[in-house]
Ligand binder design. Sequence first.
Ligand code: NIG
Ligand code: FE
Length: 424
Amino acid sequence: MTPSDFPATVDTLWLDVRLATLAHQAQYGIIEKGAMAVDKGRIVWLGSIETLPAGAVPKARSVHRLDNAWVTPGLIDCHTHLVHAGNRAREFEMLLNGATYEEIAHAGGGIISTVNAVRNASEADLYEQSIGRLKAMLAEGVTTVEIKSGYGLDTENELKMLRVARQLGRNFPATVMATFLGAHALPPEYKGRPDAYIDLVIGEMIPAVAADGLATAVDAFCERIAFTPVQIERVFSAARQHGLRVKLHAEQLSDSNGAALAARFGALSADHLEHLNAAGAADMAAAGTVAVLLPGAYYFLKETCKPPVDLMRGQGVPMALSTDCNPGTSPTTSPLLMMNMACVNFGITPVEALAGFTINAARALGMQDRWGTLEVGKHADFAVWDIDEPVELAYRMGGNPCRMTVKGGEIVFRSSTAKLGRHD
Ligand code: NIG
Ligand code: FE
């Protein structure tokens, strides 16, 4: 961009910033001594202060000086179950005492305990119980969050969850992208009749979700304790007929060839992937399906099989990270903690971790044209951090150095304690 491209007027000019644009794959894209102009919610100019045209400052309706804080794209949490009721702290004790996630599920706990809590909660109660989690994310630089249904498992309650997700997006300054996850677990009333439940998912739930525009994608859980590839294929075909994108919880507890299935349907993402095989990774690379890694669930379940990061990197599969915020396997709202865990436990580099919560997360939502980098034309969604260098985002274990979250050019969160989060 040449200086002459600076617009005649802009809403805001951000000065004294260090930018990590993420605009070049696998690099921070650092602009020290940066400046950024925003107009009508979009980035209209960015670059080094030296290239800012002399008359730019008076063209801005307001100017923010950030005393050298770092600015990254707003974080994108592309896989969450943020809308849920209750908690599963008791199951945590069972896990600590040696029970496995599958054993807890077989004993009637697991996902079904949260299904009972969600079914018993009113829509208003479910909304109230979810607000705190969304606020915590906003305060950690999150500007877009994907939220799945999947704890209703009947038409009424699945739609209830998706309406709550929509309401959160309307009432809070984050973009909420809702995903229908009807094929998450078999509800008790369908015990022994999984195909009949899939009939309900494709015959009643997906058409209702699509008719109300309540979700943009359809997810499923491909696993021994959930649904088979054949059943999920039926769900994906129905999704496609209704113009919805697909994604999949795949290869979390075992290798079920879910990644290959996801790739065959041009899935946006395949998620978890601890047990991904080489053929699945190759299929994902060819289909452009993003790998969403979920270090919180890996950690919480004391999983020992790591997702094959080297294999995916070698194949050129884009890797995103996410909190998987849910009460059973990843009770967290912290992207930064996930970045640290992904580095330590998965061998992701700090820059890959940040790309995993920005550009690659945007890809996992099919929204890379709009979000995920700081570039002219993209939405002005960004986070301002009180850190000395970008690697600090993945380095710290807890603490929150987010000074500000900016959505569409507006400051939507301002910390009074960010400096305290630095522990120095
Ligand atoms: O992403 N794997 C399945 N679904 C969630 C867990 C849901 C739950 O246990 O409540 C996950 O880990
Ligand atoms: Fe999940």
